[in-house]
Design a binder for this molecule. Structure first.
Ligand code: C2E
Ligand code: MG
Ligand code: MG
Ligand code: MG
Length: 287
């Protein structure tokens, strides 16, 4: 009886595996098509400067609105794109669209806005992809390189071979900024803080989940802020969801905040409305 049950469980499991394998295959075909036909779009999450209270940066976040399956998370399709060698194409599309749209915002008068773009570890590791290809896309868009930040995750830096370093140096040489994303979630974080010429550190939201209620977390958080500032870098805190968190973060002198409290990621049209409202507020405030 028990043996039978075990066998049945096993069959169910195998079927589930096969089903998900089929799903994955189907999704792959569709993703290829979506990338080729430009179905992916970019949403933007505002990042606020805690000293001025104004939106200073936008994080570009890729979106896939599937015609039948609906919205699919980048946490699902970005790894898939990596697996099948489509990540470079995806990355270039996001970079191009984001730079062109933020260039439009500059034309509308929001010249101070910077755009932060996620780069996959795999893209970075690909030896065929030259830094010059990213630089070219940025330059073609007309957006100043100094308005662009590339976000890379810690895991990339773990094997900090000289190739990565050369690439980062080439990007920085033309004025592109580098941010370390999801800081604190990987290994040996402190070690490469020392060796990496980054401009910004984005503290992962898991670090602030219990702030300011957990004294231990507060201390750790404050320590990280101090280290990053002492190394001459700026801090963005990710995943700010409550007023309590935001007040604390502000008190600690954190440069920038990003999270649902301020705004969820927005479509380009929604973003323009959001900025218009903010701008009106400020001009009223100035009078
Ligand atoms: P990430 O770079 O750490 O981006 C921040 C993620 O946190 C976004 O999820 C954002 O919607 C979410 N988030 C922002 N504020 C809050 C908050 O207050 N609470 C919570 N719970 N979440 C918040 P999203 O857009 O689903 O993206 C997930 C991840 O997918 C990104 O994490 C990034 O690693 C990756 N990704 C997104 N777009 C791209 C892209 O164009 N290229 C590459 N290579 N990866 C991308
Ligand atoms: Mg990011
Ligand atoms: Mg992040
Ligand atoms: Mg994160």
């Amino acid at each position: 009886e028990a043996k039978n049950q075990g066998r049945n469980t096993c069959i169910v499991y195998e079927q589930a595996m096969r089903q998900s394998e089929l799903d994955k295959q189907a999704l792959l075909v569709e993703l290829t098509e979506a990338i080729k036909s430009g179905q992916l779009t970019v949403f933007y999450q505002p990042i606020i400067d805690n000293f001025t209270g104004k939106v200073a940066k936008l994080e570009a976040l890729v979106r896939w609105q599937h015609p039948k399956r609906g919205f699919i998370s980048p946490m699902v399709f970005v790894p898939l794109a990596e697996e099948v060698g489509l990540i470079q194409q995806l990355g270039q599309q996001v970079l191009r669209q984001a730079c062109l749209q933020v260039k439009q915002l500059h034309h509308l008068g929001y010249e101070h806005l910077e755009v932060c773009i996620n780069r996959s570890t795999l893209e970075f590791q690909n030896v065929d992809l030259q830094a010059s290809e990213w630089i070219k896309v940025i330059q073609e868009s007309g957006l100043p390189a100094s308005s662009v930040t590339l976000e890379i995750t810690e895991s990339l830096l773990m094997n900090s071979d000289s190739q990565h370093m050369q690439r980062i140096t080439a990007l920085k040489a033309v004025g592109i900024n580098i941010a370390i994303d999801d800081f604190g979630t990987g290994y040996s974080s402190l070690n490469y803080l020392r060796s990496l010429p980054a401009d910004v550190v984005k503290i992962d939201r898991s670090f602030i989940a219990d702030i300011p209620c957990n004294q231990q977390d507060n201390l750790l958080f404050n320590g990280i802020i101090n280290i990053v500032h002492n190394l001459g870098m700026k801090v963005v805190v990710e995943g700010v969801e409550t007023e309590l968190q935001q007040n604390y973060i502000q008190q600690q002198g954190c440069d920038f905040s990003q999270g649902f409290l301020l705004s969820k990621p927005l479509s380009f049209d929604m973003l323009k409305d959001f900025l218009a409202v903010q701008f009106r507020q400020y001009s009223v405030g100035l009078m």
